[in-house]
Design a protein around this ligand. Structure first.
Ligand code: 5GP
Ligand code: MN
Length: 318
């Protein structure tokens, strides 16, 4: 029996947490586990807490059951998925701290092992892939498969990032065999964009700037631009991926303003730069090829600070 399943069997109540700014892997893994528990352990009271998940994941079973605001409550077990550090639990960290037992199931190389039991599969493409390995294959039904497939699709950029392994594809195949509409999951949750999402993407690409002889590219969106287009941070998905695909670019940076002199930074690299190390240096984290952090200062300051670290990484790898 898996570690997850043996811990679940001793609990009467389970809180399932993800991370702030939940992405596809976070929503997919938390709801995947919730649907699994509902089917296999209907006697357990299981709740998913996520702050402001994107409506594009509303097709996932249980989406409308996600709790968005916390009140004091003590669970027997708290399971944190796709979350590399306690601060990323955001306002729901109280459930983690109050729970009798805690388990973190994650795939971030920067994971701080903050729970009592930590299963960190840093070679796995996604938390959904790591979660699948903890479940009994025959008990994974179509609703669970839709969730896990969604997470894998999002964290692998539709099966293309370097974290995609033959095992990832094998699991995706097994999930497909559960009868999911895989094409619609990919189009509907990953590629489809609203008109304003396309506009802000266009604007970010138009204003992007290359530096270090075209090896790096960055773009930044100010708060006032987000207000002008009527978008929130959830509408900015995909911008960093397109910047990353610019020919000749090794490292792509995308910033959006979160407060006065404060920016959320997304970083992606192709082959040389370990962006997880740079993000961790600035208090964030992530993976070798995809990471993020929050930085203060002007756009100019932020890019200058990051450029120094990127240059060092490039030097070290050449
Ligand atoms: P994204 O750029 O798509 O927001 O994030 C890329 C990866 O880095 C994701 O795996 C995400 O969980 C991680 N990440 C992004 N921002 C932060 C952060 O501020 N702290 C930590 N620990 N991880 C982050
Ligand atoms: Mn993930």
């Amino acid at each position: 029996m898996s570690v997850l399943e043996s811990m679940v069997q001793e609990a009467a109540s389970v809180a399932i947490l993800g991370h702030i700014h939940p992405d596809g892997d976070c929503v997919g893994s938390t709801l995947g586990l919730w649907n699994y528990l509902r089917r296999e352990y209907p006697q357990i009271q299981a709740d998913v807490y996520l702050k402001d998940p994107s409506e594009k994941f509303a097709y996932l079973s249980g989406f409308n059951k996600i709790l968005r605001h916390g009140e004091e409550k003590e669970y027997d077990l708290c399971i944190c998925l796709d979350c590399g550090s306690e601060d990323r639990l955001g306002e729901f960290a109280c459930y983690f701290r109050n729970a009798k037992k805690s388990l973190c199931l994650d795939h971030h190389v920067t994971n701080t092992r903050f729970a009592q039991v930590n299963l960190v599969a840093d070679g796995a493409s996604s938390a959904c892939e790591a979660l699948y390995e903890q479940l009994r294959e025959e008990a994974v039904d179509k609703t669970v498969a839709e969730c896990l497939y969604t997470g894998i699709v999002h964290d692998t950029g539709v099966f293309k990032f370097s974290s995609t392994s033959s095992r990832t594809m094998e699991i995706a195949g097994k999930l497909m065999a559960k009868g999911i509409d895989f094409g619609e999951i990919i189009d509907g949750s990953f590629y489809r964009k609203t008109y304003v999402q396309n506009q802000i993407l266009g604007r970010a690409l138009l204003e992007s700037i290359t530096f270090m002889d075209g090896k790096c590219i960055f773009s930044a969106i100010k708060k006032k631009d987000m207000e002008f287009y009527g978008v929130t941070s959830k509408d900015l998905d995909g911008i960093i991926d397109q910047l990353r695909l610019t020919e000749g670019v090794e490292c792509a940076l995308f910033l959006y303003e979160t407060g006065p002199q404060e920016y959320k930074v997304s970083m992606r690299s192709q082959k040389q730069v370990d962006v997880s190390r740079i993000a961790a240096y600035f208090g964030g984290g992530g993976h070798v090829r995809a990471a993020g952090c929050t930085m203060s200062g002007s756009i100019h300051d932020v890019i200058n600070n990051l450029a120094g670290h990127i240059a060092k990484e490039l030097e070290a790898s050449s």
